[in-house]
Design a protein around this ligand. Structure first.
Ligand code: NAP
Length: 246
């Protein structure tokens, strides 16, 4: 099978490893946003396709047998493009998306919001020193509502925008331990996060619970209609195997 994995996540790397082991030809596609990405095994291509038509052309031109959209739960544009392009090219598409954190016992106590603008407003009312873990690309939505708050902002790569002088920038990449997060959050009073899910960045939620600080969580958008979804790389591999007849 020639499989195109839309990647940029831990699950995508895990799937590439499983499929390469099975003998599939695997190409993982990365957007190219991160300066030093963690690379999967197998072939890698980097950069956008040029929208739906570009992705459909790529799929046809490279004789791709199946596409697995294993992009981040909040990378919504590429998932929409993958659904439309796979239909256009007539190849099967699977969505591999890790579970969010809504099943945790403490999730009912969090402030769930629909988007980053609402997250910024709610955080501004709840605290004076928010810990913003929403990703570099969303930060501009927080600048005005939180300009005078003493935010601690954690990102992997430096933001392209100028941050307010009251904010502190921390550049790091997970996974994070409980001890690390206790230190990182010691001077913050509200946690702001997306419902990204996964264990690598989950410790901050435990620390917020320990310290009794409020948590603001941006909900995931609903997925693409008609696209099958699995939650882990093992199930995605089973889907590929079912298509390859072995
Ligand atoms: P996005 O808004 O959904 O996508 C914007 C454009 O970036 C797409 O239209 C596509 O360009 C290109 N693109 C995105 N993912 C691609 C991929 N895997 N391969 C080739 N092109 C891709 O995406 P985003 O939120 O900027 O995220 C970019 C990448 O970072 C994703 O692949 C995702 O897995 C990873 N990531 C995102 C987040 C997050 O919070 N958003 C967190 C961690 C990792 P064209 O239309 O030109 O094809």
């Amino acid at each position: 099978m020639r499989v195109l994995i839309l990647g940029g996540t831990r699950e995508a790397r895990a799937l590439a490893e499983l499929l390469v082991h099975d003998g599939d030809e695997v190409v993982t596609s990365l957007a190219g946003r991160v300066a030093r990405p963690r690379l999967p095994v197998g072939e890698v291509r980097i950069g956008g396709f040029g929208g739906i038509d570009g992705l459909a052309d790529h799929v046809r031109g490279n004789a791709v047998d199946a596409v697995v959209d294993a992009t981040h739960p909040f990378a919504e544009q590429i998932s929409a493009n993958a659904a439309a392009a796979s239909e256009q090219a007539g190849v099967p598409l699977l969505r591999l998306e890790r579970p969010g954190w809504s099943e945790r016992d403490d999730a009912a106590m969090w402030h769930w919001v629909d988007d980053h603008d609402e997250a910024a407003r709610v955080a501004a009312a709840l605290g004076k020193r928010p810990f913003l873990t929403v990703g570099r690309q969303s930060l501009h939505r927080f600048v005005e509502p939180l300009r005078s708050h003493a935010c601690v902002v954690r990102v992997v790569d430096p933001p392209e925008i100028a941050l307010p002088s009251a904010w502190t920038l921390v550049q790091s990449r997970g996974p994070y331990t409980l001890e690390h997060e206790r230190e990182a959050m010691s001077d913050t009073d509200v946690l702001v996060t997306k419902d990204s899910g996964g264990s690598h960045t989950e410790a901050k939620l435990d620390v917020a619970g320990e310290r009794g600080i409020p948590v603001v969580v941006v909900r995931r958008a609903s997925g693409q209609a008609g696209v099958s979804v699995v939650r882990d790389a093992a199930d995605a591999r089973a889907w590929v195997r079912a298509r390859s007849g072995r």
